[in-house]
Design a protein around this ligand. Structure first.
Ligand code: NI
Length: 216
């Protein structure tokens, strides 16, 4: 599957989003499929109501403080996931059609400020528009092969500490505030926090898959 033609069919979009998510509901589906059949083919995912799923999962009972701690822990968990890898192993893409570990790290760093901006707008503005981003275009155009991975980690850590300090001041009701995503429709602050918190663990699983493929 070429990365540049992933918009041709729904199936291609789903397969792509398994590697790189702005769509973490796919990951929930995939986990279900993996546990049951070992086959990651969540082809019905587009019929799901994302907002409903997330409200059901975390809804009004969300343990906000715990979620924020998980959000803060993400960058260190990502660092640990690449411990012991050589530069060549980080640059390698051992699984056909999937990214290198370097691309994953740059991808995560790219979307940290995007999500921080979305969360701030939802807190501060009334149902603000939230602009979707295309991870493949970012990966193709934003010099992933030239970037300093230590800077990427510093950015992730700084953005999460900065944003978490704001989130900790909010009431549970404020996590139900919403914005209007250009592709996914109305999303609550709780959903945005859930998505970005799950983003790093999702990609750590894919890094692990690459390490296993390389036996490192
Ligand atoms: Ni992703």
């Amino acid at each position: 599957m070429g990365r540049d033609d992933h918009r041709k069919t729904d199936q291609q979009v789903v397969l792509l989003s398994l590697e790189c998510c702005e769509m973490p509901a796919v990951e929930y589906q995939r986990s279900t499929y993996d546990n049951r059949t070992g086959s990651p083919e969540p082809l019905n995912v587009f019929s799901l109501d994302f907002n409903h799923i997330f409200h059901t999962l975390i809804g009004s009972n969300m343990d906000v403080a715990k979620r924020i701690e998980e959000y803060l822990a993400g960058p260190d968990e990502l660092r640990q996931s690449i411990a012991g890898m050589s530069a060549a192993e980080i640059d390698a893409a051992p699984i056909p059609g999937k990214w290198s570990t370097r691309q994953i790290i740059c991808h995560i760093a790219d979307f940290e400020p995007v999500y921080a901006d979305r969360m701030k707008r939802v807190i501060a503005e009334e149902k603000p528009p939230l602009l979707g981003g295309d991870p493949d275009l970012f990966a193709a155009k934003l010099a992933y092969d030239q970037r300093d991975l230590e800077e990427e980690f510093q950015l992730m850590t700084a953005v999460r500490q900065h944003t978490a300090r704001i989130l900790k001041t909010l009431s549970p009701e404020q996590f139900q505030r919403t914005g209007i995503h250009s592709r996914d429709g109305e999303l609550s602050l709780a959903t945005l926090l859930d998505r970005i918190t799950n983003h790093i663990p999702h990609h750590i699983r894919l890094i692990r898959e690459k390490r296993e493929a390389m036996n490192v």
